[in-house]
Design a protein around this ligand. Sequence first.
Ligand SMILES: Cc1ncc(COP(=O)(O)O)c(C=O)c1O
Length: 403
Amino acid sequence: MSLDIAALRGQFPILSQSVRGKPLVYLDNGATTQKPEAVIQAIDAYYRECNSNVHRGAHYLSDEATARFENARQSVADFINASREEIIWTRGTTESINLVASCYGASLKAGDEVVISTLEHHSNIVPWQMACERSGAILKVIPLQADGSLDLAAYRALLNERTRIVAVTQVSNALGTVNPVTEMIRDAKAVGAVTLLDGAQAVSHFGVDVRALDCDFYAFSGHKLFGPTGIGVLYGRKALLEAMPPWLGGGEMIETVSFERSTWNRLPYKFEAGTPNIAGAVGLGAAIDWLQAQDRTALAAHEAALLRDATTRAEAFAGMRLIGTAPGKVAVMSFLLDGAHPHDVGQLLDQQGVAVRTGHHCTMPLMDCLGIPGTVRASFSIYNDSSDIERLFTALEKVKSFL
Ligand SMILES: Cc1ncc(COP(=O)(O)O)c(C=O)c1O
């Protein structure tokens, strides 16, 4: 299958518009990706054809809504090689991690240890801080090396018989570093720790197989995977999910309720209290089906080529400093321009129609560790092409002349 990026890009209606009088160059894919027609149409069709509540089964619309909702769950399960009952719908990565920190975290005791890394997004820091505060467990942090990769020797030295949970990101949103998670999970298991991977930035760049990874929990968001906002996924190993107490209480998550006591529904519904985001799930299922129909190997090679091109140009660009240069990273280019605040650079790029993200990227401890207030981040996706890189660097030349 040969790649036709122009045709692929044509499936994303938002990308053909002009902003501030210039054709849009969208390089903020780490924050959220754009949505193809297939996803927009699936959500539209859900509301036009079968909007109804799910699992109530009393009429045609409900049956149809339930079928689309549960088919989407099956798409997610197939996408990461899990079984249906191990796929829990959440609002996103943040909620998925909070669920684990609350429910699995309920078994933490004083003196237990939870290991995270310097690269974590706030959503894989704060829930663990809260769980540690509740239980008296201790939070340990894997240090960083100069190129933005984790110090694996230091990681191994942190692990011991008190380590209960290792929760790390598979891909850094701020730097693009891809962590050697297979190895890290193996080391965590050797001391009996449970593992959680934050897959928010991984799933749009390469295939994920939770069985091959052998992780216990895996979290990701629909909106960073060409799907809608407000929907996400928690994968959990069945035996762990069964042993965990439920999270939110209410409808759907129960089997029986009396005023004396309630009993819990089977997986995955035990963790899905209340009416779910049905249209969101349908949209995410459509996004995954759409992505699975693409040549993902070729798309990954395309993204790698974009990063190589952008990096070569960055290295030749006077006054530009790349932040995070770990080998094998995904197509995320974080940088600083000498003497310029990232926010000013971002604003001047926006005036030229180039959308990037600036600031701490919800990784304040990482920025502290790097000794910088933030970065400018250009994050690429499958629909970006070399003309976007050209426009970025032309715009950066202008920024330099302004500042
Ligand atoms: C690595 C990482 N983890 C977690 C999150 C949180 O995702 P969400 O806001 O969709 O819950 C993000 C979002 O930027 C992220 O990049």
